[in-house]
Write a protein that binds this ligand. Structure first.
Ligand SMILES: Cc1cc2nc3c(=O)[nH]c(=O)nc-3n(C[C@H](O)[C@H](O)[C@H](O)COP(=O)(O)O)c2cc1C
Length: 381
């Protein structure tokens, strides 16, 4: 049988991914002052052990005020580097490429952890010692009713933000990450600059399409200057806002072409998030619902694309690749459900290598068990 594409190695600049499965960035809201701890070690370590080609850690805030919640991971100081380096050493020992997402939450900063309400911080959070902090955005437009009104960023704020992204990228490199992604999706700061619904500026960063994409291009270019030529750079977009008058798929394609020019290698095509629940209501969720976005960006730009969103089964992932709709498959919640999803996917796609891809500590036993259960005439002993 032919080798499934999902398990055909993939080249990104000088990196060879062992397969095309990428663990999508997923905030754990479990850090203190942005510092990774044992939870992150076990969580990310098990995902690396689970067989993915690349494991993204969660969104790492480039500035303290750019955290979504008090529990976000960060890269705004040197103290963040070594705890992440330890995790990355382990992930690499398991054959996974460690990747980081660099982020600023913009007007969606200063939020409750999901399990504390998923809204703006309130008195219950204050009582827990989790103070509200002021938030910033392209324009002074809150996310929704009852949300904090952001400060419209000055040009000095923008210059500081660019410097923060550069410094965070340098720290990420020091921590041993081999791929980086700029978070331009889900209604966070860079997406707020892109969308005409959240960006009402009248200076060089607002108004026309070219002005609204300026900051995304500058920051991707800034990170590229820090990120070595041999290592890949991803950019995550919300391919559509899913709200009338918002950012569209054509906008995404036009932006991707420009990002390619500043050295972005992979377009990571997500959607929504700008206006909270409004987007979820408009962009219907079903398995693979975001695949057409990656396919359109790939067709329109010739770039490497990654798709994400309700990809649940190995055959579904393989079909996306076989159809040429995306090059890389990002998996989120399904690896929370089963961190060994990639290893099971290999078996589901007919690769029987006697558990050779599994860590030896597990694989030796699982192979022995399988053989002991095989019928006597099957050739397996
Ligand atoms: C717990 C959790 C945390 C997430 N954190 C991030 C994040 O830090 N950055 C990001 O771009 N997306 C984040 N997402 C979105 C996922 O990366 C992914 O795009 C989304 O879950 C859809 O994929 P799935 O259906 O495979 O879970 C998060 C999702 C979950 C469930």
């Amino acid at each position: 049988m032919t080798q499934p594409l999902l398990f055909t190695p993939f080249q990104l600049r000088s990196l060879t991914l062992r397969n095309r499965i990428i663990v999508s960035p997923m905030c754990q809201y479990s850090a203190h002052e942005g510092i990774a701890n044992d939870w992150h070690m076990v969580h990310l370590g098990s995902l690396a052990r689970g067989g993915a080609g690349m494991v993204f850690i969660e969104a790492a805030a480039v500035a303290r005020d750019g955290r979504i919640t008090h529990g976000d991971m960060g890269l705004w100081s040197e103290a963040h580097v070594e705890p992440l380096a330890r995790i990355n050493r382990f992930m690499k020992s398991q054959g996974a490429i460690p990747a980081v997402q660099l982020a600023h939450a913009g007007r969606k900063a200063s939020m409750q952890r999901p399990w504390h309400g998923n809204g703006p911080l309130d008195d219950t959070d204050r009582a827990r010692g989790e103070d509200v902090w002021p938030v910033s955005a392209p324009s002074a437009i809150p996310m929704d009713q009852g949300w904090l009104e952001p400060k419209a960023m000055s040009l000095a704020d923008i210059a500081r933000l660019r410097a923060d992204f550069r410094s965070a990228a340098k720290r990420a490199l020091d921590a041993g990450f081999e791929a980086a992604e700029v978070h331009g999706a889900h209604g966070y700061l860079l997406h707020e600059f892109l969308s005409p619904l959240s960006n009402k500026r009248e200076d060089a960063y607002g108004g026309s399409f070219d002005n609204r994409i300026r900051l995304a291009l500058e920051i991707a270019g800034d990170v590229r200057t820090v990120w070595p030529d041999n290592l890949p750079l991803f950019f995550r977009i919300s391919s559509v806002d899913g709200v009338d008058g918002g950012w569209t798929l054509d906008d995404s394609i036009a932006l991707a072409k420009r990002l390619k020019d500043v050295g972005v290698d992979v377009m990571d095509c997500s959607s929504g998030g700008l206006m909270g629940s409004a987007t979820a209501a408009r962009v219907k969720r079903y398995p693979g619902f975001q695949v057409p976005y990656a396919a359109a960006v790939k067709r329109g730009t010739g770039m490497t694309t990654m798709t994400v969103g309700l990809i649940l089964e190995a055959h579904q992932a393989e079909e996306i690749l076989q159809n040429g709709e995306a090059d890389l498959i990002a998996i989120g919640r399904e690896v929370l459900s089963d961190p060994h999803w990639p290893l099971h996917a290999e078996a589901a796609l007919g690769i029987d290598n006697e558990f050779a891809s599994w860590p030896v500590q597990y694989g030796w036993w699982l192979d022995k068990r399988k053989k002991s259960l095989a019928p006597p005439d099957s050739g397996h002993r």
